[in-house]
Design a protein around this ligand. Structure first.
Ligand code: ADP
Ligand code: ASP
Ligand code: MG
Length: 424
């Protein structure tokens, strides 16, 4: 195609043209060149009605997994800095491909890296937090009437210009952070499902799509495993009041799910959804002297290393000794293994064990902990399904139980049925 589409009227006069739209397309949506072409078509459509469009892309398909596996074939614990430099390349490839596909349709576009897009992060590798967005270059490009395609998931440390990545699934966070910085009208997260469901639709075929959900419940669902949104993206959305709409690339006419301050309808049920996490492990510090300060001595080194723990259980002590168990993300296990010997000797325990064959299932909804019967129903449903609960953790709006990994799918389905979520 040779002709260029004119710049949308609102942008033609400069940068005063109203609030832009931010769209993000995930890995499945850009997995092949044919899909990138299809995304270019959707972006071209969006540009006709928005005064400016910023598109954030993930790496194509399974690229990030493949790069990670390659590094692990060379090294059992590849240096974090090099992993960031490596993993960032997935998005670095995809952004210009989409800009090229847009140009081929006659849509003026420019691709920007995280650095060029002004994504500044804390000086940590692998799970860096965005601390600032300097969007001047994006504003300049929008003023020229271009669609701006930003490589998601990557940022830089402001003073060193070291490349960082935002954690798996972090392109969502790039998109919402840009939407906040640009005061965008909305942030649309295009993915491979039609929105946010009452449970992962891949595990629960009769899960229902939610029309709307508030930031707080969505944050909790995301934090305990609902991979459809990166938790940090929801946090930034809530802090800056960015309406986030999760939509399907493959059914673009569907309205999807709106995540916003006010859910459009009051939930009829206390329980909004069930989330699950497979990639977790249980760590037990065995025969710990039962005296004050021991818990701090176990958890402080983990906290200092940035490792979050959940579902902490201290078994009933005997002989003045007790076992302390907790769960961590499987991705943190290598680091935990390194820290454990120091922790064990520091508290005078006998040793430590790790069980990776566990999983977590969570029931999420405003006020669940304070609602009589919600917890009881959870435990009864799991018991009736023959599933043994080992550990329990709770917040105001969630109850989490660990279950054997092999029974995870059964557990999610049993809970979905127990709260009749298929009928909402
Ligand atoms: P993308 O590559 O587009 O970012 P992800 O794989 O990160 O996509 O997220 C979408 C996936 O999230 C879906 O394919 C689905 O299996 C999973 N998922 C987990 N929980 C939920 C939920 N409650 N609602 C919708 N999808 C969910
Ligand atoms: N490509 C990165 C990942 O696979 C980031 C993302 O897709 O959001 O985790
Ligand atoms: Mg994702």
């Amino acid at each position: 195609m040779t002709g260029r589409e004119p710049a949308p009227a609102a942008m033609a006069g400069g940068r005063s043209g109203g609030r832009p739209l931010v769209q993000k397309y995930g890995g499945t949506s850009v997995a092949t060149l044919a899909r990138i072409r299809r995304v270019a078509q959707l972006v071209a459509g969006a540009r006709r009605s928005a005064p400016g469009v910023v598109v954030v892309v993930s790496a194509m398909g399974e690229t990030t997994d493949r790069l990670q596996a390659q590094a692990h074939r060379l090294h059992s614990r590849p240096p974090a800095r090099e992993m960031d430099a490596l993993l960032a390349t997935g998005e670095t490839v995809c952004a210009p491909l989409l800009a090229i596909a847009l140009d081929a349709r006659g849509v003026a576009a420019v691709s920007l890296s995280g650095l060029q897009a002004g994504i500044r992060t804390a000086p940590h590798h692998r799970r860096a937090r965005i601390v600032d967005v300097v969007p001047q270059r994006i504003l300049d490009e929008l003023a020229l009437g271009r669609v701006v395609v930003v490589a998601g998931f990557q940022g830089v440390v402001a003073d060193t210009l070291e490349t960082t990545t935002l954690g798996r699934g972090g392109s969502d966070t790039t998109a919402v952070a840009l939407a906040a910085a640009l005061r965008a009208r909305a942030c649309e997260i295009f993915t491979d499902v039609r929105g946010v469901y009452t449970a992962d639709p891949r595990l629960v075929p009769d899960a229902r799509r939610l029309d709307g959900i508030g930031y707080e419940e969505m944050l909790e669902l995301a934090a305990v495993g609902a991979a459809v949104l990166h938790p940090r993206a929801v946090e930034i959305g809530a802090a800056h009041d960015v309406p986030i709409r999760v939509r399907s690339t493959f059914h673009p006419r569907d309205a999807g799910t709106l995540i916003s301050r006010e859910p459009p309808v009051e939930p009829r049920q206390k329980v909004r959804g069930i989330a699950h996490q497979e990639d977790v492990a249980k760590v037990t510090v065995v025969r710990v002297p039962d005296r004050p300060g021991v818990a701090a001595a176990i958890f402080t080194p983990l906290a200092e290393a940035g490792i979050s723990v959940d579902a902490i259980v201290q078994n009933v002590g005997h002989d003045g000794l007790t076992d302390v168990s907790f769960t961590v993300a499987a991705a943190d296990l290598d680091q935990v293994r390194e820290l454990l010997p120091g922790i064990v000797s520091g508290v005078g325990a006998d040793g430590a064990s790790i069980d990776a064959a566990i999983a977590k299932v969570s029931v999420v909804g405003t006020g669940v902990l304070g609602s009589p019967g919600v917890a009881a129903r959870m435990f009864r449903a799991l018991a009736e399904a023959g599933i043994n609960i080992e550990m329990i953790a709770a917040s105001e709006i969630r109850i989490t139980a660990t279950v054997p990994a092999a029974q995870l799918a059964d557990a999610v389905r049993a809970l979905h049925r127990a709260y009749e979520l298929e009928t909402i």
